[in-house]
Design a protein around this ligand. Sequence first.
Ligand code: SF4
Length: 739
Amino acid sequence: MSGNEINRRDFLKFMGIGGASAAALSGCDMPTTVTLEEGKEKVAAYLVPEEYVIPGVGVWFASTCQQCGAGCGVHGRVREGRLLKVEGNPDSAINWGGLCQMGQAGLQGHYNPDRLSKPLVRKNGSLVEVSWNEAWALVEEKTSAVKGDRAAWLTGSVSGHQAALLSKLQDSVGSKNHFVYEVINNRVAEAVNEAMLGEAVPRYRFDKAKAILSFGADFLGTWVSPVHFTYEYAGFRSGDRGVLITVEPKMTLTGANSDLWVAIRPGTEGVLALGIANVLLTKHQVDGSRLPAAARDAIAQYTPDKVTEITGVAGDTVVKIATYLKQRSPSLVLSGASAHDHANGYQSAAAIMMLNVLLGNVGQTIESSGGFPVKELTAKRGSSKALADFAALADQGALDVAFIYGANPVFTAPAHMKFADKLAKVHFKVALTLFADETTAMADVVLPLASPYESWGTMVAAYQPQEMTLGMQQPLMQPLYAETRSFGDVLLALLKKRNAADYQRYDDYYAYLRNAMTQLPAGLRQGKSDAEFWDTTVQKGLLKVSTTAPALKANVPDLTQKTAAAASDFPFHLVPSARLGLWDGRHANLPWLQEAPDQVSKVYWDSWAELHPKTAAQLGVKEGDFIRIESDQGAIEAQVYVFKGVHPEVVAVPMGQGHENYGRYASKRGVNPLKIVSAVTDEKTGEIATHATRVKITKTGKSSQLPRLGGSDRQAGRRLVGTVTADVFRKTEGGSNVA
Ligand code: SF4
């Protein structure tokens, strides 16, 4: 990367091959819109190429992945002005050179043939392509006079200077209405962390833990910062190999890597946590003075027998988990969506965090991150309650204008919310997006965005590693389409109209960002001049920040557990599972991620319903049979995948498929389990209880081969891999150390 920003910008400008040809030159196998053979490409010569532009030789530039909120650093290989490949940035303490499949597939979003290349405006009921100027004029006409809370933004998680600029935009119109929505979130645990530790997103020290007990925290898959924790996990397993125990109703990627995997009845995780505490206090004489008397009273009720009755987890397993935690101190206890996305989610998450307090883990394996020192840049973390709050205002007719960015709520909202009907009541809706989807279909104006690899920006992830990091995002190539703008440029343009005195002087978001970076506190700039600081940060793709961290608190709230009553009409629990890859469905339009099989079931390009073998036998179904899964909100149909890694009372259906209107790769494929989620919320936080739905299952009589890459899980008598039971292994040489 050149240290000179003028050269950098010129570089992007004179890479003169027409945008539409990029797919043809990308090395990507997706259909191209224009080919050389058709004679439609515009080709410009390199008149005075930069010294680092050597035909046939790639150059790597640093940026930040935007495929989820973890903020991994990337290096992008650029050749002749085209981005060809991305890899992890080894300097990033978030991902240390690693990149997950979603990060790798970001390139396919950039070159996706379904990207919007021109704005859309609703005319006579239909969205039609117009010029950027025409669309922008309409946005200004309809929104410039709207003041106060009648103007709202509904976004996914945002951070960095874009989040700060959005806040300033909202200030300029006098609106507090910024709703940050993520259906895959950790909001309930964050609320518990705030109350018990004094910090919503503390730092987890896998490197210090000798045992990890995860209640559905799929840290190798979809939990908080997956690439970071994959590296942390590798360290945890090396040397004095740490023990991993996972408790969850459906086996996740993390569960599949566990030493001990325990299936649990959904919504009873808090009871198991209290039962483990009971054993720690009564059998192992762990010092209970860290807990208040009320907590010890609550724990005393949950003997292993009672825990078995409620959770379905055998009493000796409860004792075994407690023994591991006692023997391998310090430990680390985590909770994820399957444990706390219930009506009693807060109580469950509190009971789980209580184990860390009881075991003395707080301050050892859980520590304060101190928080990013520039508050306006910190991540605005998403919640599902935010969507309900937005929908309530829309339903009241209280919103004249809504800008929607980074979220597809018409797809992800449960049917009971009737979100589309409520959104329709907003007078003027502007969607900012790379792709048409179920939500943009309801917009009045759709503004096509430049891709993250065409845009300037910064990112501050909610979870910060030991080396706190601001991710720098720079364009790695010239925009493919002339009629697109970066998110930052759209925000700046809106602000220029509303606060010209402060923003008119910036030609573009690049100019704004460069100036804003020089305004960071002197301590973060390490004594560098403005130019040196900017050049270094852009070149490295990140800024490492040190901060002092206070000690965490260790409060323990009321631990009373309420568990849902059995529902005879709906005997099964629905687990809408998150999977690394399609995520909440936002990546379902990327064929690499459709083609990548699910890490556990090996199914690809479709949905499936996981059933325990006993359940499948009771229902009289086998792999490939279609079943109807019905809740009080509706029904979906999916093919059965018979799997021991699921609780017998559970049917697990992954999120991500079921799109109606999301491009050629995602639409009309599979089902969306979120649509049949019942109208249940966590009583304390108001979060949508996505794992609290009861369903009944019926056979449809239809059957076909399930698309699985694995083919068969059986060795068919070939003895390819030898296995032995734990009991037999304990009697062998070397097995004496196994509990
Ligand atoms: S974890 Fe998120 S930020 Fe990191 S590579 Fe994967 S998608 Fe990108």
